[in-house]
Design a protein around this ligand. Sequence first.
Ligand SMILES: [Zn+2]
Length: 288
Amino acid sequence: MIRRSLLCIAAAVAMLSGCATTTTTSAVPQPQAPGQIAAGKAEVLWLGQAATRITTPGGKVIVIDPWLVTNPKTPAAYKDLAALGKVDLILVTHAHNDHLADAPALAKRNNAPIWNGGGMGQALVSLEMVPPALAQRFGKSGTIMPFGPNGVKITAVHAEHSSELVWKNPATNKDETHYGGEPVGYIIELENGFKIWHMGDTGLFGDMRMIGERYKPDLVLIPIGGHFTMGPQEAASAVRDLIKPRYAIPIHYQTFPLLRGTPAEFSAALGVTGTSVIVPEPGQKVDF
Ligand SMILES: [Zn+2]
């Protein structure tokens, strides 16, 4: 019942058609209009491409891959970095502009550190994009507990991608390409044990199975757009055959023409599985 309903969510969003099923979706998180998060819940706010804000049950705010100001999919209300509210911590999966873009400004605005598990921080500091205190590093398979020993746990995991950092040198006004560390994804375990795998940009790789078995993510934020990342078919294979999460939110699609994959294609390729696909519009919140 849940599966049928969620396929309809995908279809409704992607094809602007109605949903014929009348089965209940009460057990399944639904995209929410802007509003207050219920106490004790986790809230996931997707803002287009890979940009995501997670508000934890304990009230911590984690922003991942903040490309907002020039992101064509980010709702106008969130193009002002102040609209995110207080931010406690920023994660960046890799140095491409559609992931890193607003991270330095957001870090400085909130005095919130950018944690990166792939070695990007060194470039951020040496290029003076952020002061050293705001570029914190760890590494793949490393786990940080940035809010204390009983709080959120964040583990960096492999992603199959690249991470060059293109930076405009103010002295020459020319673009330079710098080493931006390695791409990663993040497993974020919230205070209540709910686990979110933000996969960043990645191709399909076999160790998704191992990562899934080791960390048992409840929710994956998974790229489906293709060209630079998995497309709908590869993402469906990752979810169905390797990771088997309870929930999947497709990201990194239709932002610009090369990213052709759609949630409807992803859901169709996935077929009937134990994974519920949730398709929020950018700016819609989902509570878990
Ligand atoms: Zn990207």
